[in-house]
Design a protein around this ligand. Structure first.
Ligand code: IPD
Length: 254
């Protein structure tokens, strides 16, 4: 089994494990509005074990345990949308990305509430189960919806300004609480863009592959120290690239 098939099987199994605790797990706070459940650690351990057994020389960076980089690197968010998960809001996922020599190569995201598996391998298109995904063709910000991701890692005013700029440019905004599923929504053409002033690699490594394979564009998220320290993120379609990048202030080089 190659890494892509392996990742898809693992994504489904990890999603099924996570779903056993959905809405039923006690939550603590790692920081202000930064939720942690026991299941975050359990799902990450499950994924790490499976990768170590099948690809012992590969490295893993996970949200809960960190890790070191290597040429063959898995980037894992065991539960993205943890606040939703803990509150019983059915919008969370397991996100498994794989970078080969720094190039985002595989992205697998399992949405346990729908049992939908989103998967993409570089050059092979983006898929939801057997259905091919494509970004929205919309070229008008006045008809576009942009998910604006939020965390306490950036000042509240910077987020308010971001939302204000998108609204002033004519866009509609939403914030649903899972960066990975926000990128899936761009890949599936359900929204026209995703923008966040700071996001971590485990939240977006898999989603970036999905967006690009669905015909969309992102900024060079892994530039600089993006892998370890996170970066701003924008994802959108070709028609809105330049306009949206200018509005949110995150450049995309096409
Ligand atoms: C968070 C979510 C959120 C995004 C934040 C992330 P978590 O991840 O993806 O939508 O805006 O930047 O930290 O805590 O649910 O794994």
């Amino acid at each position: 089994m190659d890494r892509y098939e392996f990742a898809k099987t693992l994504g489904r199994k990890a999603g099924a494990l996570a779903h056993r605790g959905f809405g039923r797990t006690a939550a603590t706070l790692k920081g202000r509005h930064d939720v942690l459940t026991a299941m975050d650690a359990e799902v990450e351990r499950f994924i790490r074990r499976a990768i170590a057994e099948r690809f012992p020389d590969d490295a893993v960076i996970g949200e809960e345990e960190g890790g070191a980089t290597s040429d063959r690197l898995w980037i894992v968010d065991p539960i993205d949308g943890t606040a939703n998960y803990a509150r019983g809001i059915p919008h969370y996922c397991v996100s498994i990305g794989y970078l080969e020599r720094g190039v985002p190569t595989i992205g697998v995201i399992h949405d346990p509430c729908h049992d939908w598996l989103y998967a993409a391998e570089r050059g092979g298109g983006a898929w939801r189960d057997d259905e091919r995904l494509a970004v929205s063709p919309c070229d008008d910000l006045g008809a576009a919806t942009v998910e604006c991701g939020w965390s306490t890692r950036r000042p509240a005013q910077a987020y308010v300004d971001l939302v204000g700029r998108v609204l002033a440019a004519g866009g509609a905004i939403r914030r649903a609480g899972s960066g990975a599923l926000g990128l899936v929504d761009v890949a599936a053409g359900r929204v026209e863009g995703y923008a966040e002033l700071h996001i971590n690699a485990w939240d977006c490594a898999a989603g970036i592959v999905l967006v690009r394979e669905a015909g969309g564009f992102t900024n060079d998220f892994f530039a600089g120290d993006g892998l370890r320290a996170g970066n701003p993120l924008i994802a959108t379609n070709a028609a809105l690239c330049d306009k949206l990048a200018a509005v949110v202030g995150i450049p995309i080089r096409r």
